[in-house]
Design a binder for this molecule. Structure first.
Ligand code: GSY
Length: 159
């Protein structure tokens, strides 16, 4: 299991907290995944599609023997098992598992883009991620995520 990855989890359909816990448990139950660290859980206002309930967001660090695509498949299976419906693309969801980083991978395919293409502009991702490791650096732009969070906060006026 010599690969590391950071995942972002989110839920805005009740019972949100249980969906997050069940998703972390499902990751732990995968023999090819070791959950190394979990962040706090944050309640956040929806961004993008704002006509929906508040989210609970968190991030986890894992070690894994899975490839990026196998990890994506494992995440999609957990989402399905927890009742994720994809009616409205940016709409409410029981659970969301996004791969943020996989090693220092920089890849773009139809099904998977790494690092996650919107992570640098989302405080709901950057806050839990920098809680897990405040020294992380974006593998492509080489900008520390702590700096990206500062820029995000300035832009969103969160203080
Ligand atoms: N605060 C917040 N807003 C969001 N908008 C979308 S779409 N999502 C789903 C993740 O892409 C979220 C989210 O997880 N948290």
């Amino acid at each position: 299991m010599d690969n590391f990855a950071y995942l972002a989890l989110g839920s805005n359909i009740e019972p949100r907290f249980s969906y997050l816990l069940d998703a972390v448990k499902a990751l732990e139950n995968n023999l090819e995944i070791k959950v190394c660290k979990v962040s706090s859980i944050y309640e956040t206002d929806p961004v993008g599609y704002t006509d929906q309930g508040k989210f609970l967001n968190m991030a986890v660090k894992i070690n894994t023997g899975l490839s990026p695509f196998e990890l994506l498949d494992a995440c999609l299976r957990i989402e399905k098992a927890l009742g994720r419906k994809r009616e409205i693309r940016w709409g409410p969801r029981t659970i969301d598992l996004d791969i943020l980083l996989y090693n220092h991978e920089n890849m773009e395919t139809e099904t998977l883009v790494l690092p996650h293409p919107r992570m640098h502009e989302r405080a709901f991702v950057l806050v839990p991620l920098t809680e897990l490791d405040n020294s992380l650096i974006h593998p492509v732009t080489k900008i520390p995520f702590a700096k990206l969070l500062e820029a995000c906060i300035d832009r969103e006026g969160i203080r």
